[in-house]
Write a protein that binds this ligand. Structure first.
Ligand code: PLP
Length: 401
């Protein structure tokens, strides 16, 4: 008998489980639109040229593998806060940002979860309905209570702005409001600039604490600055803000696990104390973060030539996704004789499209058509090629009706 008889089988992860099922499928037509990872038009993973160049530089310099400090690589922390807020942002000169390197977006969110649990006992996090599946896991494991605010309106396939504002207003004072900085996952629907202002108004009125998850900076508009405008708007109002960042998508550093948690504070004194406590949380969890990806980011963001080259590659990736988005829309509109308006696909931004397919219809996509996707009807356009758009459109129409 095993001492582990009481250990039951855990369910597969709803997102990463999709990739496992895809791998097991032997059909030649199979297509993986589950995980949000960028593929080339040939559906191959992509290592950015600027990443290769930065790695070559690192090799030439003969960088060592000594431990980083608990807070991570200093050059990375400087670069990441500058990328987020703009290098000339006075908040940085004032030393008001506590930044520590985290284990990509997930690990950075988890650090913040632990910080909230420790310093804001009983405070709740409000998350959008729907949201990235792992948000709920992260706050559950951090023992931070959460509830949802309305976000997606199935009737308009758009933002339920009034519902969102009403729910943020109704939350008890001092609630953490989790916002997707850009390219909302899974819906692909972002507030407009005017709507962001109103969201900031309500959060300020209610003395809530905004908490941005920025996992797609550059992937929404193709511009790194434009995609940080939501965060910058809140910061410019003098608010205290949490921001988790990830370089998985925009630099394609998925497996390097590089990101950061930034806490914008009201003074440098507060920021110093907050940073000391974030380090205290990190130390017994993983001691210190990995160096390789952080060096890549520091080299790319810190070198004007590489930085400009990154922007060009970023625009090209965002542009390829816009291209398949258009082609998918064209294919659906041409094939679907029902008169359904598919233009919501063009309005959505970022890596994903929220198709409106329900669970049974999503199952049909996989079981009959070998198209792998999450069961909430989300497809990752980053895993789609122009050549596969017609096939995908056939599958969607077959599954819908
Ligand atoms: N936040 C959102 C909204 C995401 O979609 C993702 C990745 O899919 C992440 C955070 C974190 O990803 P990672 O831990 O790879 O940086």
């Amino acid at each position: 008998a095993s001492r582990f008889e009481g250990v039951t089988m855990a369910p597969p992860d709803p997102i990463l489980g999709v990739s496992e099922a895809f791998k097991a499928d032997t059909d030649a037509k199979k297509l993986n639109l589950g995980v949000g990872a960028y593929r080339t038009e040939e559906l191959q993973p992509k290592v950015l040229d600027v990443v290769k160049k930065a790695e070559n530089l690192m090799l030439e310099r003969g960088e060592n593998k000594e431990y980083l400090p608990i807070e991570g690589l200093a050059a990375f922390n400087k670069a990441t806060a500058e990328l987020l807020l703009g290098a000339d942002n006075p908040i940085l000169q004032q030393g008001r940002v506590a930044t520590i390197q985290g284990l990509s977006g997930t690990g950075s969110l988890r650090l913040a979860g632990a910080f909230i649990e420790r310093y804001f006992p009983g405070a709740k996090v409000l998350i959008s309905s729907p949201t990235w599946g792992n948000h709920k896991n992260i706050f559950n494991d951090s023992r931070v209570p959460w509830s949802e605010y309305r976000y997606y309106d199935p009737k308009t396939v758009g933002l339920d702005f009034d519902g969102m504002i009403a729910d943020i207003k109704a939350a008890p004072e001092g609630t953490f409001v989790l916002l997707h900085g850009c390219a909302h996952n899974p819906t692909g629907i972002d507030p407009t600039a005017e709507q962001w202002e109103k969201i900031a108004d309500v959060i300020q009125e209610k003395n809530h604490i905004p908490f941005f998850d920025v996992a797609y900076q550059g992937f929404a508009s193709g511009s790194l600055d434009q995609d940080a405008s939501s965060v910058r708007l809140f910061a410019a109002r003098g608010m205290e803000v949490f921001v988790a960042q990830s370089y998985s998508k925009n630099l394609g550093l998925y497996a390097e696990r590089v990101g950061a948690i930034n806490v914008i504070c009201s003074s440098s004194d507060v920021a110093t104390r907050v940073k000391s406590q974030l380090k205290r949380i990190a130390r017994p969890m993983y001691s210190n973060p990995p160096v390789h990806g952080a060096r890549i980011v520091a080299n790319v963001v810190g070198d004007p030539t590489l930085f400009n080259e990154w922007k060009v590659e970023m625009e090209a990736m965002a542009g390829r996704i816009k291209g398949v988005r258009q082609k998918l829309y064209d294919s659906l509109s041409a094939k679907d004789k029902s008169g359904k308006d598919w233009s919501f696909i063009l309005k959505q931004i970022g890596m994903f499209s929220f198709t409106g397919l329900n669970k049974a219809q999503s199952d049909n996509m996989t079981d009959k058509w070998h198209i792998y996707m999450t069961k909430d009807g989300r497809i990752s356009l980053a895993g789609l090629s122009l050549a596969k758009c017609e096939y995908l459109a056939d599958a969607i129409i077959d599954s819908f009706y």
